[in-house]
Design a protein around this ligand. Sequence first.
Ligand SMILES: *Cc1c(COP(=O)(O)O)cnc(C)c1O
Length: 372
Amino acid sequence: MEHGDFHCWMEISRKNLAHNVAVLRRLVYPRGDIMGVVKANVYGHGIDVASYLASLGLRKFGVASLEEALELRRASVRGDIYILGGFFPYEAEAIVKEGFIPVVSSLEELEALRKEGLKQEKSVRFHLKVDTGMGRMGCLPRDFDDGFFSAVFSPPLVLTGVMTHFASAENDPEYTEWQFRKFCAFLKRWSLFGKSLEYHCANSAAFLSFPHMRLTLNRIGIALFGVSPNGDTQVVHSLGLRPVTTIRARVKLLKVLPPGFRVGYGGTFITSRRTKVAVVTLGYAQGLFRAFSNNFEVLVRGKRAPLIGTVSMDQVMIDVSHIDEVRQGDVVTFLGKDGEEEIRVEELARRAGTIPHEIFCSFGKLKHRLFI
Ligand SMILES: *Cc1c(COP(=O)(O)O)cnc(C)c1O
């Protein structure tokens, strides 16, 4: 499909995605593997990206929920699908039936899985989650006891992995090391080391910054897209990870406004001179936060142009006074490259006071995606 008719769209570079997967796998191969974390519709990139990752040889995928796991199956993604976000007891039936690998945080969940396994006469693979300081899913180390572990090892349950999750891997090395030590102490305490289990703690941030936390399995989401989890692009550059995602829209109307003219809702921008304004076909309904109002630059004909005024639902205005050759229909780049210039998602995240993950999820609202 061509983008000729689209008002706004996302482009996904297969080549760069394949490159990133190769780079990331090489860092752990053959000792360990990468789990592609593909929750939230593959970080807003669409389920086809998961199929593509599978075609590149990824065999392990992490999702947030049973619903997302079923979506992957419907997209014919083969391999192990881990439900990282936990589940409700009533979902155990489908989990066991489909052979998904749930991450377990409580005895109740274990019991629900065991019952289902007995009922369906199937063994049930699962991973155990230890909460070493995230305060979200997982069981506190102190809440495990012999009773818990006798449940863990009750057939038809089959423990195939143990994990924890870091709260601040992108900005607090000390706390992350402390969590890692707690995880290791837990494994030791319950003699879980050295078994043929999958051990995993690293998300992208930990994986990139702390090589000793790369274990037999590593849960990688944002880094697949060549993106730094904390805005510091040095580590992604040094590894040679490449941006995958481009967001584009078009110039719909060009006009010249006199000095002192208000632009957009609320009149948050007033022209200080004769200003050539382009109305562009992307707004907050398509994922561009209102927080970017008067607070961002886009690329037109290889040059930067500032957003002016408030971001509307389906449109936004830019100042193109300095770009003579702009025409109606011109492509406007919100994320990615145009000529020599590039806008990275880390820059959008910084300007909006958020993280790249949220920017991607927001652009998940875009209807059109092109694999290039
Ligand atoms: C989302 C998620 C990840 C991946 O995080 P990234 O920062 O995108 O690499 C890893 N582990 C868990 C439990 C997650 O929920």
